[in-house]
Design a protein around this ligand. Structure first.
Ligand SMILES: [Zn+2]
Length: 437
């Protein structure tokens, strides 16, 4: 209603705005593409209110649908009926509402969702009226996508495109042909973030409802976007557009070419997205281990660490300081030894291997005559155990951060050394034995 009237607050809506919305909707709903192709097929099977029931095809006109919608608004309340389960303000309709009028709820005869543990739901005629507007704002992928957001202003941002598409084509929006709801969400979130002040999404929440409701079945997937992830993604591209693109590119099984990127973005599941949604770390995606280089700027990395991983600025600066002292040391080693030393860190899968790396760098420092120890006992203890409850997660986070800094500073030399290493592979084992202790 707000999107159609161009108004910002619900209290600004007038009766004319409601009538305009009814006219807009009923004109579209009377058309076959909407009625049988969309409403009946995907959202409200056999709807009587919207006359999508195939048996009503002959009588279906925009006037008749309009009459039904207005009828809902003027329907008398039954004081004996239960209170509406949605708004809690009015009495529900005398009979429970089923899936042909409200998506996904229904009767015991077919697979269903039972929001109140019984057939149908007690919903008032006004809430039911609003539900009839849903086809206008939903996105039509292979299922129907509704992006539910708090605060409501954010929800308007997410669904404005749907109404704009309808105004252009008179058809339901296909979300720019995105095939996956979360991919579309991430894309839109970045666009919305571009026009927002930083820190604006502090209390925002988003849940995606991706469903189909028809006579063949009722399927629903709910995708919840954690608030820290929401804030990170909204501003990631603004912090470092190229970096964010590199990170996302690493999330597909195969890295797309420049031309393929848009297509991949619309079509294929992405590991970076799914890890963000399931609360797993995406830190390794900031690094390109194969090419020993970083995918993004330290600025974006630090933003991710503070927003999503919950590391504070001070902790990050501390780790960066340690990394810089490691760089100061290993950069003085000859190429092959430098490469080997960094490989030890790359390959550290167990905590004792990680510890061993620092001890060897400290030895390098002494041999090279660099003044000052790599770090104090307290720093060492902090690096190993200081970050997070889960020891296994915490030191691996530190490891990724150290490698990030090392790649950032020493990429060119490491690549040169890696190339030489391939040639000298046979000598390597021998060298390793003599080198270590
Ligand atoms: Zn209600």
């Amino acid at each position: 209603m707000l999107l159609l009237s161009g108004k910002e607050k619900p209290e600004e809506l007038t009766e004319e705005d409601i009538e305009d919305a009814i006219n807009f909707a009923s004109r579209l709903y009377a058309r076959k593409e909407w009625s049988s192709g969309y409403i009946h097929a995907m959202m409200l099977p056999n709807s009587g209110i919207l006359m999508a029931n195939p048996s009503m095809a002959k009588k279906r006109t925009s006037e008749a649908i309009k009459k039904n919608l207005i009828g809902l608004l003027s329907e008398k309340e039954d004081p004996c009926a239960p209170i509406c389960e949605i708004c809690g303000r009015r009495h529900a309709r005398t009979k429970p509402v089923y899936r042909s009028d409200f998506p996904l709820i229904g009767t015991g005869g077919v697979p269903n969702y039972f929001p109140s543990g019984k057939d149908g739901a007690n919903i008032c005629s006004h809430c039911l009226f609003l539900a009839q507007m849903m086809p206008l704002v939903a996105y039509r992928l292979s299922r129907v996508l509704i992006i539910h957001a708090h605060p409501y202003e954010l929800m308007l941002e997410f669904h404005k495109e749907a109404i704009d598409d309808i105004k252009k084509s008179e058809l339901a929006s296909t979300a720019r042909d995105f095939k996956r709801p979360e991919n579309f969400l991430f894309e839109k979130l970045i666009e919305i973030g571009t026009n927002l002040e930083l820190g604006k999404l502090q209390n925002a929440s988003i849940a995606l409802y991706y469903f189909v409701n028809n006579n063949q079945g009722q399927e629903m997937e709910v995708i919840y976007i954690p608030n820290p992830v929401l804030r990170f993604v909204a501003f990631a591209a603004r912090m470092d557009r190229a970096g964010w693109r590199n990170i996302v590119s690493m999330g597909w099984r195969r890295r797309p070419s420049e031309e393929e990127f848009e297509d991949f973005k619309k079509r294929y599941p992405n590991n970076v997205y799914s890890k963000l949604l399931s609360g797993e770390s995406i830190l390794p995606y900031f690094l390109d281990f194969q090419n020993r280089k970083v995918n993004a700027s330290w600025r974006l990395l630090s933003f991710y660490c503070s927003e999503v991983l919950g590391l504070d600025k001070e902790a990050l600066e501390f780790i960066k300081g340690v990394a810089d002292r490691i760089v100061e040391t290993v950069e003085k080693l000859p190429d092959n030894k430098l490469s080997r030393r960094v490989r030890e860190l790359e390959k550290a899968e167990k905590l004792y291997q990680f510890e061993g790396f620092f001890i060897r760098v400290e030895k390098d420092r002494q041999e090279l005559g660099i003044p000052g120890a790599l770090m104090s006992f307290d720093d060492f203890a902090r690096i190993l155990t200081g970050y997070g409850e889960d020891l296994n997660v915490s030191w691996k986070t530190v490891k990724s951060l150290l490698l990030f800094r090392i790649y950032e500073k020493l990429h060119d030399r490491l690549m040169k050394a890696s190339a030489e290493e391939v040639e000298a592979e046979e000598d390597e084992e021998e060298f390793e034995e003599g080198d270590e202790e």
